[in-house]
Design a protein around this ligand. Structure first.
Ligand code: BG6
Ligand code: MG
Length: 224
């Protein structure tokens, strides 16, 4: 998006951020863990295959992965639970090594900047590991509210996670903007009646109001 002055016309009072791939560089960890699982199960898993897993819950991600490998019908619920737990253990192991250097460019400035101009901020993530990641990177106190996969039953593309975030910061959905790197998240924002800004360089995203390569392109002062 080049015409940033258009943001002012959106009359935004709440900014809701996805976590993985928007604030922090964990999307690549998720991919590595899913790829490892697929290879153990005996099929390849490409970055392109991984796109559809972004933003959706751990169990739904597993189901999509099993579909990719043509195994969806052959795995029982108990086996699925075990496979999801295995993937999560690898993922959590990678998180233990995370440093603040993995906060994505512009994320801190964006969080601080929105608050400085009176726009309230919340996390809106499908992850059940979100609290752990925010704590580890010192991001918890930079948000006015945190909503994640532990708080809602229906995750993205359902709007629930974003609607709860809007409620917790006390801002009407129509005055909220969502920053998202996943198609499921953009759909969730739209379903919730919020403005959606796609974050990243993926060509496959659609259904957004604006697109930026990263939060470093966002200038909160231009939003009020
Ligand atoms: C989303 C990620 O933020 O969280 C997905 O984009 C992930 O890739 C989902 O599957 C659930 O994360 P977790 O940490 O609960 O397994
Ligand atoms: Mg994401």
């Amino acid at each position: 998006m080049t015409n940033t002055s258009a943001f002012m016309d959106w009359h935004i009072r709440g900014a809701i951020f996805d976590l993985d791939g928007v604030l922090v560089d964990t999307a690549s960890y998720h991919y590595r863990a899913w790829k490892r699982l697929a290879e153990e199960l005996g099929f390849p898993f490409s970055e392109q295959d991984n796109e559809q897993l972004k933003g959706v819950s751990r169990m739904r991600s597993l189901e999509l992965l099993l579909e990719t490998g043509g195994m969806a019908e052959r795995v029982s619920r108990t086996e699925k639970d075990a496979l999801a737990a295995r993937k999560n253990a690898w993922y959590v192991e990678m998180l233990e090594g995370m440093t603040p250097g993995e906060i994505l460019p512009g994320a801190l400035e964006c969080l601080r900047g929105f608050r400085a101009v009176g726009i309230r901020t919340s996390l809106g993530s499908a992850s059940r590991n979100a609290g752990r990641i925010l704590e580890r990177l010192g991001l918890t106190a930079m948000l006015d509210a945190v909503v994640d996969g532990n708080d809602v039953e229906q995750v993205k593309p359902a709007p629930d996670v974003f609607l709860l975030a809007a409620k917790r910061i006390g801002i009407a959905p129509s005055a909220c903007v969502v920053f998202e790197d996943a198609q499921a998240g953009l759909e969730a924002a739209c379903a919730g009646g919020m403005r959606a800004v796609a974050v990243g360089t993926s060509e496959s995203l659609s259904g957004y109001d604006a697109k930026v390569a990263g939060l470093f392109e966002i200038q909160p002062a231009e939003w009020i």
